[in-house]
Design a protein around this ligand. Structure first.
Ligand code: SF4
Ligand code: SF4
Length: 100
């Protein structure tokens, strides 16, 4: 109908496209003990709950791509072994959300 606006919802991929990062040289995320990941965490939920896909299990260890962290804080509560040390990036670094 004339005059009607069709509203479309942005997909998560479209929203992710608006996210920018200013990465620090040092990681603000740390796995406390890699042997816990290897031996006591069969499901490795960090590899799927993190919206930034920061955690990847490669070569028998969790690799941490901290540069893509969205600072949502989920890994502080999502790791069943409490094995992730999380803090905000240093001032002036980290995620930049753009509205468009
Ligand atoms: S969820 Fe925690 S313990 Fe499990 S693999 Fe990830 S960091 Fe390691
Ligand atoms: S704070 Fe969120 S985006 Fe960053 S590593 Fe943890 S779960 Fe991933």
């Amino acid at each position: 109908m004339e005059g009607d606006e069709i509203m479309t919802k942005a997909t998560i991929e479209e929203k992710q496209y608006l996210v920018r990062f200013k990465a620090d040289k040092e990681s603000h995320l740390k796995i406390t003990d890699q042997s816990i990941c290897l031996e006591n965490c069969p499901d490795k939920p960090c590899t799927y709950f993190c919206p930034g896909e920061v955690y990847k299990f490669e070569g028998n260890r969790i690799q941490v791509g901290y540069e893509g962290c969205h600072e949502c804080g989920s890994c502080r509560i999502g790791c069943p072994q409490n094995n992730i040390e999380w803090k905000y990036p240093k001032g002036g670094h980290g995620v930049i959300f753009q509205l468009a």
